[in-house]
Design a protein around this ligand. Sequence first.
Ligand SMILES: [Zn+2]
Length: 511
Amino acid sequence: MHWADVVASKVTGKQVVSTAISPSGEIHVGNMREVLTGEIVSRALRKAGIAVKFYYEADDIDPLRKVPNGIDQSFSKFVGQPLYKIPSPDGKHTSWSNQFIDPFVETLNLVGAKPEFLYTHELYEKGLFNDLIKKAIENREKISSILSEVSGKEIKGEYYPLNVICENCGRIDKTIVKSIEWPYAEYHCEACDYVGKRDVRNGGAKLPWRVEWPAKWVILGVTIEPFGKDHATAGGSYDTGKRIAKEVFGIDPPTPVVYEWIHLKGMGAMHSSKGILIRAIDMVKMVPPEVLRFLIAKNNPERHIEIDAGRGLISLVNEYDQYERIYFKKEPPFDPEKEEDYRRIYELSQISDVQEKIPVQVPYNHIINLVQIKKDINEIMEALRWSGYDLSGNLESLKKRIEAAKFWLENFAPDEFKITIKENPPNIKLDENEKNFLREVLNGYSKGLNPDDINKMIHDACSKTVGDQKKCFSTLYRIILGTDTGPRVGFLMTSLDHDFVATRIKFFIEN
Ligand SMILES: [Zn+2]
């Protein structure tokens, strides 16, 4: 059974799935796993006939801890203030947090995840936390002992589970509550030395994270929550949250879906030197959206995922295509006993419903060459039609792949995948042996061959003449691209106009 169906099989009644983020900087691809895990679980619940609500909370009342790389350090004056109150660094959004949340909303749309977005500061301002803040204060000793028992952290002095926003300097991370006369808190700000008294309801203060998390479970009625393994460690915030939920707020904690990290492999030096991770929005533009879902759906949340933005990306797309052929019974499953699993993974990878017939499959390598050789999408479609692809069905996913391939080539692809066709024959001389090889190639190079046929034909032509396969491929790259290496020759030659290639080969036989 698929992991998401396992989660769905363990619950009954209406479910509320919740995911959240503290939007203090660029939202990277690791955060995608959380939302997509929530989205896939929600879909599994719906399939099981269970009503489900799916939330995504931007914890934008959290303080800014530090100014991330790439943002003007003058913003350091806002450190310690709630994210929603800080201006957006690029000046184009309503707040610091919205600068990072806004593109993420767009990202989620692209992968077919449509949670209801909530802004935690609004939940405070609407008063939804008021009763829970009161309860937390009344139970402050109990909370203090849960925190020290479970997390092992010693709490010194009077403990008030409350972070007040300083009315003088705006910081939320440096105020110490001295006393409370509900609903007023007397506090001292250690940053600006201000002493004040303010109403802690309706956004005047927030609960600390370990208390706020279970409070959100109460407010939203959360029953299932995916979260990263950092929160799941022994003594971590889920452990304390569970007890606070039960012993202070009187509710059962949600079923956890703990996920492992996503690691990056094959990143170009350009990015690692700048210390930039792949932003979620870039990932969605670089990987066809159903393939990104496939990556998350295929791997059990407990398994860590390695994302390879280089060559591995092509293998991933090819693997998705294989699952697609299995789903549509065009290819036998690699393990017949797991056929149902493969089918389910494919279903959950779709942005919406599975199409009635198999979408046109063009090998990704081929698309990568075409987008570099052809001027625009019309030319690409023309070339595909010419090579015998049936383009009569739904072409949405093919078009998305073409877009993704372009974006990948411009931003992330290793050089080995980049090609420039020499419009005029490069200035090189071939020996007689190489010319014989080209004569054989020209003989066998008829229109309508597929990439595999072409590779075999070239292999045979080489065996009869030069003998050294590597040298033969290199000869072809040199006369077409002007380089010693290139993409797989079969794909390259089917991407190019047949007459163009034939004329080029003739030129080198004759000169
Ligand atoms: Zn202050």
